[in-house]
Design a protein around this ligand. Sequence first.
Ligand code: MN
Length: 357
Amino acid sequence: MGSLMSIGEFSAGSGLSPSRLRKYASAGVLVPAAVDSASGYRYYSGEQLVQAKLVEALRAAGVPLAAIPPLLMAGSAQDLDRWARDLEVDALRRREALTRARELLDNTIASSGPLHLPPESRTTMTKLMPVSRSETGPVREQNQDDVTASERLVAVADGMGGGAGGCIASSLALSVLDAAFIGSLAEMEAGVRAANRAINERANSTETLEGMGTTLCAVGVTSGGELVITSVGDSRVYLLRHGELRQLTQDHSVTAEMVRKGELTADEAADHPHRHVLTRVLGPGPVVEVDSSMHLPHEGDRLMLCTDGLFNELSDHDLQSLLQEPDAAVAVDRLVDQALAAGGKDNVTVAVVDVSL
Ligand code: MN
């Protein structure tokens, strides 16, 4: 057996604390090689110093204590290969979990997996505080934009179509959504689909309304106090957080899709001949694809919903700096006035929404 070492000597030699050695011994790992039957003192052998290094290496590799004794008894490099595979699987799981955590921190929870709070812990303190304004502008004959704004739902629609069509489509979309949405993502999506059907059926049954349609973007408060955001078309929802403005919706337009595919730069898109061509709107077909997402509101969050009459006249930089104004009503007036002053070639609609928690 060679030289025997007391627990203190073995601790010094192996670098493992006496308490850790006692823990290992009781787990059947590194059991002292000898015990003095008179004093009960335990002794380790010199050979066990090598085992101690192996145990520490296995522990550092994440091998559970219980799996170590068989490895020490008859361990081979093949057993370690199996551990290596397990570790890879484990690392993969951890990376996936980290990705999920990152998504949650990013406050963007895909519609397939919304954040479910147990009903009893739900607080519905989240409240929207909207200020909105919609203007025809100096060029267009009528205002086909529409906006609805309450503490639980804010939505903007940009209607299109001849005669009364555009106005009817946008106002119909907002009333159907307002009736459908009480407080869940499913209701929001169902409301947008119902609005699409209502517009489509009305257009098909009334000759003068043929071809009418509308964009729609909306923010609603769920019963869990989260924000659900939805859009079809190119009306936008932005989030101003910590002074930074971020667009939360994707434009469903030919140019936006070309930009996403890398076929066009954002600058080229701004004066592309197809910049007004939308790939998705409510009305033309019996079914429509709906984008939606869930967001956790932060203290001080401000949202802006608007039609293209605003962002086609003002740069992102202008939007961000005008939104820094603390008074939402003043911010709305400045945004609309500057879009009109810049040309006002289209109807302009803006809702600035401070989120109260
Ligand atoms: Mn427009």
